[in-house]
Design a binder for this molecule. Structure first.
Ligand SMILES: NC(=O)C1=CN([C@@H]2O[C@H](COP(=O)(O)OP(=O)(O)OC[C@H]3O[C@@H](n4cnc5c(N)ncnc54)[C@H](O)[C@@H]3O)[C@@H](O)[C@H]2O)C=CC1
Ligand SMILES: CC(=O)C(=O)O
Ligand SMILES: [Mg+2]
Length: 616
């Protein structure tokens, strides 16, 4: 037996044959078990002895400046600042531009072999130098966004118990429900403008991840800053810990959340009421984005708090972004909008949210609600959603339940396609591969039957990539390149040979990142007292008009991701105007009168002046 295994081999030793390392591991865990519990293991109020004090940037000096990520400029501190802040000698003598620092960071990222490692590097950078992190993200958004957001963030959430090194959010456990206001006040940056909150119950398509879902609010808020320029100090990620149904997490000794089953919906609702009350008390102007709550809670909270300053990204943000893409796709498809028949695979928060937005578009074009609803066929795990299917339909599905099926039920997607002959297929199931070859080919056949040159709309929108209903390559291969394609997470372009020619197809990313940053920015800048349906709808219409000539030439339906910041400004501007129309903007009337005189160009310029754009 090798010495290095540290297995005790002497026959006289009572520990003979014992693997010491394994034993030490067990002992470590046992020791931890003794400690394991919660800092505050009761439901009482936490006493706070003093208010959080915000240190002023101008007062800080030396190491304190370098350690505060919002103040640290690394090697870009100029000579005067180095003197006034006592930094001389604490950093290398060289003076570098932000761009040079970005080059170093890029080189580091490119040297890492896994995406999670790249994420970890970026996350460390964010905790050291916020301006550098955001400059890098903004200038390299196509490369960085998949690292800080879907798909990598999905892996990060799955491994969060192990990857955790430092807090980046507020963690509010249901055990601390009497202290929510105190916890909110402990956030180190004053007066946040926007929070993204989840209870981790449906993280992307990965299910219930409990507090490990916190990566999603962190990632979404990084995009609020990168894609819309909301100042990073004004963003607040929050995870509400209500327990989890995730057995892997419950078993993992490193899991950071409550080690209990998820509390009942009734208790979760009381907790949510307390949370929303505390938010109103502590940060009355803060916009709340609900994110990745499981279906029933998502709809319930959106309805319950509709008079508050909040919106649900999965229902409304996704609805708006897919509507925007659909508007463009209809034009490319050569199928008149009246002839479009849409099959939705997945009838949850996103599926129904999208169907409702598209329906609003139809009714805005003069169709009656019934005529509009007739265009939609929703499918869930039990098949086509019908009024007489025999199960107890969840409330959110009822509006789209078909009653024209003459008693027939359709339990598979193939059967639905055969029956409906759709022109568009939208996937929001969180299930990889449900758009099989036969499904996609059947979609193409039903579209081809309508006439030459018609193109199917195919949106496998589930996240992350491991949950996509089909890949881009599959979509292009099975439709001979004719599908108008959008996916939730980014696919690479696909190049193939047709005869002796090489042809490259370009995918679209149909992700709510094209909407929520601009919607949030618009609501904040307009000082909207709430987010109305019209503001959400307007965000879709605004986004659909954002394509430039090159994007139109390439047959895209969304702006390239490199232009997401331009799109967000347009979305924000139109959302602001919608807030005014709807009477929810609390800006003084004179301001609006002035803007109306100036027009869109001036309002756009004003928005651009308000936003964060790290340049030293
Ligand atoms: N691209 C984007 O911007 C967005 C994408 N999503 C993605 O959409 C997916 C679903 O999200 P939610 O609607 O919030 O989840 P959900 O849990 O509310 O809904 C899922 C729906 O899919 C159905 N379903 C599941 N497996 C199925 C199968 N094999 N066949 C037919 N139906 C099936 C369920 O019955 C349910 O109706 C997730 O993967 C999420 O990441 C969500 C929001 C935005
Ligand atoms: C993109 C997003 O919000 C989701 O997949 O849940
Ligand atoms: Mg989401």
């Amino acid at each position: 037996m090798s010495l290095s295994s540290r297995r005790i081999s002497s026959p006289f030793n009572p520990m003979a044959g014992v693997d010491v390392e394994a034993l030490e591991d067990q002992m470590r865990i046992a020791a931890l078990d003794g400690l394991r519990g919660y800092a505050q293991d009761h439901y009482g109020t936490v006493k706070q002895y003093h208010e959080t004090e915000y240190i002023s940037k101008n007062m800080a000096a030396g190491y304190q400046v370098l350690r505060e990520p919002a103040w640290n400029k690394g090697t870009s501190f100029g000579p005067d600042e180095r003197v006034s802040k006592n930094l001389t000698g604490l950093i290398p003598h060289v003076l570098e531009s932000l761009e040079t620092q970005c080059m170093r960071a890029l080189r580091m990222i490119n040297s890492r072999t896994t995406n999670v490692d790249k994420y970890l590097y970026l996350s460390t950078l964010k905790s050291q130098n916020i301006d550098l992190f955001y400059r890098l993200l903004i200038d390299n958004v196509a490369q960085m966004m998949p690292l800080v957001y879907t798909p990598t963030i999905g892996d990060v959430c799955l491994q969060y118990s192990t990857l955790y090194t430092r807090p980046e959010a507020l963690y509010i456990s249901i055990k601390q429900r009497k202290s929510i206001a105190t916890i909110l006040r402990n956030w180190p940056y004053p007066e946040p403008s926007i929070c993204v909150v989840t209870d981790g119950s449906r993280i992307l398509g990965l299910g219930d991840l409990g507090v490990n879902g916190v990566g999603i609010p962190i990632g979404k808020l990084a995009l609020y800053t990168a894609a819309a320029g909301i100042h990073p100090e004004k963003t607040l990620p929050i995870v509400l810990d209500c327990g989890t149904a995730n057995e892997d997490n419950l078993r993992d000794p490193l899991y950071l959340g409550l080690r209990t089953k998820r509390v009942s919906q009734e208790v979760a609702l009381e907790f949510m009421d307390e949370f929303m009350t505390a938010v109103k008390e502590v940060y009355p102007n803060m916009l709340v984005q609900f994110e990745d709550f499981e279906t029933e809670k998502a709809f319930l909270y959106l309805d319950r708090y509709k008079k508050e300053k909040c919106f649900n990204d999965d229902i409304q943000g996704t609805g708006a972004v897919v509507l925007a893409g659909y508007m463009g796709a209809v034009n490319l498809s050569a199928v008149p909008i009246e002839d479009q028949r849409l099959v939705f695979m997945g009838a949850g928060s996103a599926g129904v949210g999208v169907a409702k937005q598209v329906m609003a578009y139809y009714t805005s074009r003069g169709m009656s609600e019934k005529q509009a609803r007739d265009k939609f066929y929703l499918v869930d795990t039990k098949g086509l959603v019908t009024t007489d299917r025999g199960d107890n339909l969840a409330d959110h599905k009822r509006i789209f339940a078909r009653s024209d099926n003459n008693g027939h039920q359709f339990s598979t997607l193939e059967a639905v396609i055969e029956y409906v002959k759709p022109t568009a297929l939208i996937g929001l199931t969180a299930t990889f591969g449900v758009f099989t070859e036969s499904v996609v080919r059947a979609l193409k056949v039903s579209v081809d039957a309508g006439g030459l040159g018609r193109r199917p709309i195919l949106f496998p929108l589930s996240n992350p990539l491991t949950k996509a209903e089909c890949t881009f390559e599959q979509a292009m291969t099975w439709t001979e390149g004719s599908a108008i394609f959008a996916s939730g997470s980014p696919f690479s372009p696909f190049t193939t040979r047709i005869g002796d020619k090489s042809v490259t197809y370009y995918p679209n990313q149909g992700n709510n990142v094209y909407v929520f940053p601009g919607l949030g920015l618009g609501a904040i800048l307009a000082k909207a007292s709430r987010v109305t349906d019209d503001m959400v709808y307007t965000s879709a219409a605004a986004l659909s008009g954002c394509l430039n000539k090159e994007e139109i030439r390439l047959g895209l339906i969304y702006p390239k991701i490199e232009r997401v910041r331009d799109a967000s400004v347009v979305v924000a501007r139109e959302v602001m105007k919608a807030a005014r129309r709807e009477g929810v903007s609390l800006l003084p009337e004179e301001t609006w009168v002035e803007w109306e005189e100036w027009g869109d160009v001036a309002l756009t310029a004003w928005i651009k002046k308000q936003v964060y754009d790290p340049r030293l």
